[in-house]
Design a protein around this ligand. Structure first.
Ligand SMILES: Nc1ncnc2c1ncn2[C@@H]1O[C@H](COP(=O)(O)OP(=O)(O)OP(=O)(O)O)[C@@H](O)[C@H]1O
Ligand SMILES: [Mg+2]
Length: 326
């Protein structure tokens, strides 16, 4: 790839400001996403996935703030852009969809109007054109009878249909990057699969890069070309999706792999329990010293309790942070 990455995050730190003191909720996070690429962030609840995404789109709010590091879009530092350019970036070039579309949609506005608004506000279209484009946008996310559904209010639609509307809104202005934060977690399994396929097809057809965020390693690895695993505010491993199952190096990643149901296994049928990673993610005010995973790690030794592991590069694009990496 020549030229700068579409988005490039370097040594990002996100602070949680607690009045007189502050703690780093996210630290030393670096990754890039190329134009049209699919990249995944995976990890258990509370490890910092969503706040990393919010930092990328400039939507972190107090008590959280970017404490250090660079976030570059096509080589330009986002945080230094004038406010008006930041808004254009957020409205037109980076779009985001969330887990629960009901909170992101306006409950008192018909969904067609909410899609049309994007074409008017960010695409410079007339309302007449925008209303027509809204019907086309609903059709593109395969909402049946789109010319009728544009008049529906969010509460009149199922969860899956609402998420389709969110995707239509997000893709309305042809963004270069779509950030999808747990886009299907609130949906049942068959609807999840349909939404994921829809996103895959639409983004591939339009060349839209995707940052897919989920606690579900299977989903992320299936959707994305590369995956970063986060634990307690840090990226502990980054791999191509192929390698993450074949040859993961971090015990935490191995734990995530082991907790996945396997095709054809009894676990998939719910007859036996899946292997879970024992223990919980520590609170940000209470990160252990050394490797943050050490209290939960079966392989931990003295060095893991005292010294934070350095990043070891694995080939051109992989990395791991573990004293005992395979
Ligand atoms: N507004 C806030 N004020 C204080 N702490 C916050 C705030 N938002 C997030 N945090 C803390 O920052 C950490 C990272 O949160 P984040 O929402 O990014 O986690 P996540 O990986 O997205 O988890 P989940 O899978 O549950 O969505 C958590 O410990 C969370 O409690
Ligand atoms: Mg989250």
């Amino acid at each position: 790839m020549t030229g700068p990455a579409l988005i490039d995050v370097e040594d990002l730190r996100i602070d949680l400001n607690l009045g007189s003191s502050r703690v780093a909720a996210v630290e030393g996070v670096s990754f890039h996403i190329d134009r049209g690429e699919t990249f995944g962030l995976v990890g258990e609840s509370g490890c910092g996935k969503s706040i990393t995404a919010l930092a990328l789109i400039g939507l972190l709010r107090r008590p959280l703030s970017v404490g250090a590091g660079a976030i570059r879009f096509e080589g330009r530092e986002i945080q230094n852009l004038p406010a008006v350019e930041q808004r254009t970036l957020r409205g037109n070039r980076i779009a985001m969809i969330f887990q629960e579309p009901m909170t992101a949609l306006n409950p008192v506005s018909p969904v067609g109007r909410q899609i049309a608004e994007m074409f008017v506000l960010h695409g410079g279209k007339s309302w007449r054109d925008a209303n027509r484009l809204a019907v086309e946008a609903l059709a593109s996310v395969r909402v049946p009878a789109p010319e009728r559904r544009v008049k529906d209010y969010p509460h009149q639609l199922s969860g899956g249909m609402r998420q389709r509307v969110m995707i239509a809104i997000a893709l309305a202005c042809g963004p270069d990057l779509l950030i999808a934060d747990e886009p299907t977690t609130a949906l049942d399994v068959t609807v999840q699969a349909e939404i994921i396929e829809l996103m895959r097809n639409l983004c591939a057809a339009r060349g839209t890069a995707v940052l897919m965020i989920s606690h579900d390693l299977g989903l992320v690895a299936n959707f994305c070309r590369r995956v970063a695993v986060m634990y307690a505010g840090r990226i502990v491993e980054q791999r191509s999706s192929d390698d993450i199952f074949r040859a993961c190096s971090h015990p935490y990643t191995q734990g995530l792999v082991d907790s996945l149901p396997r095709l054809g296994s009894r676990a998939r049928l719910g007859r036996s329990r899946l292997r879970e990673i024992a223990g919980v993610v520590p609170a940000i005010t209470n990160f252990p010293s050394g490797c943050r995973f050490n209290p939960r790690c079966a392989q931990a030794t003295e060095v893991c309790r005292t010294t934070a592991p350095e990043t070891t590069m694995l080939g051109a694009d992989g990395l791991v942070r573990c004293h005992h990496h395979a």
